[in-house]
Design a binder for this molecule. Structure first.
Ligand code: SAM
Length: 298
């Protein structure tokens, strides 16, 4: 387990994932009935952007750094308000620059209501200790120093009956895509109405297409895929070297049982991200590219 999320916190992949995650949580709040969020690969919850690790890659500058310089306007600002609220609630450092960036547990904790619950799984010993420092003693949060895949097996369906799973593994051993397929098949058997959100890196277009086919082959209805690709000019120089991972072409989110409004919302959000995450190089502007498609319709 070499992967440490601190090197990547707040990068383009994180902001893409967290914006969608926040929209999904907001949807559950439309009904009073309690829901639970299960975050199978939680990380530590808060990331210090002034740490030695974050400073080594400076990936956040191509992610949250850009969004804060190009905040959404009008209707879009309303759609993204919950995400930016959590970001704004994090501490500022020198020159009013964000010192800290929220991970998925912090985003979920910030947005859930008194009746809602959060289950966090983190296997890395040190990261689990930090997670405990950040959320220990909070009666709405259950912490598990456990393999997230096993946690999902044991705790799905949650007793609340409503809610969602976020699956966000490190993809460091080449087995996570297969593990996702296996885990989704099992979860869906026991919790047909549950929402499942899966973040995945895109490093190879063929492998990505195979992953989509494997999801379709599960014969589960209602699967939406949204992806973001950065132009070469936007690739962080250190990407791939810090953790010996091949460079990402982009990343995606699979959403199983997404709220019916999400497709329409993403059609507005994705153009904003394309533009806000664009890179200027030698006087030329390179926007990000995105796509949105149903892998399986309802
Ligand atoms: N979801 C977090 C967020 O958005 O802020 C980031 C998670 S990071 C990509 C993946 C995390 O999974 C790392 O903190 C890593 O230590 C942890 N991890 C790796 N293998 C795991 C496993 N089998 N079960 C639970 N956690 C695991």
């Amino acid at each position: 387990m070499n992967y440490r999320h601190i090197y990547h916190a707040g990068n383009f992949a994180d902001v893409f994932k967290h914006i969608i995650f926040a929209r999904l949580i907001e949807y559950f709040k439309r009904k009073d009935k309690a829901f639970r969020i299960l975050d199978s690969h939680a990380g530590i919850g808060d990331y210090d952007l002034t740490s030695i690790e974050a400073k080594k890659t400076l990936e956040w500058q191509n992610g949250i750094g850009k969004l804060l310089k190009n905040p959404p306007q009008g209707e879009l600002a309303e759609l993204l308000a919950s995400y930016f609220d959590v970001v704004e609630a994090q501490s500022n450092g020198e020159n009013n620059i964000k010192q800290s960036y929220p991970g998925s547990p912090r985003i979920a904790r910030h947005l859930i209501r008194n009746q809602d619950r959060l289950s966090l799984y983190e296997l890395h010993k040190d990261d689990f200790e930090t997670l405990k420092q950040n959320f220990g003693g909070d009666y709405q949060v259950k912490l598990f120093h456990l393999n997230g895949w096993q946690g999902l097996n044991a705790h799905i369906p949650p007793k609340e009956g409503r809610g969602m799973v976020l699956i966000d593994p490190p993809f460091e051993d080449g087995k996570d895509l297969d593990q996702i397929i296996e885990s989704v098949a099992k979860m869906h058997k026991h919790w047909r109405g549950g929402t499942i959100a899966i973040w995945y890196p895109i490093k190879d277009n063929n492998q990505n297409a195979q992953f989509h086919v494997a999801l379709k082959d599960l014969e589960i209805p209602n699967i939406l895929a949204s992806e973001i690709y950065l132009p070469d000019a936007a690739k962080p120089k250190a990407e791939g070297r810090m953790n010996r991972r091949p460079a990402m072409l982009g990343c995606g989110m699979i959403m199983i049982n997404p709220p019916y409004v999400l497709h329409g919302e993403l059609r507005k959000i994705l153009p904003y991200l394309q533009n806000a995450l664009a890179v200027e190089k030698l006087g030329k502007r390179y926007p990000a590219k995105t796509n949105l498609k149903w892998l399986v319709e309802e």
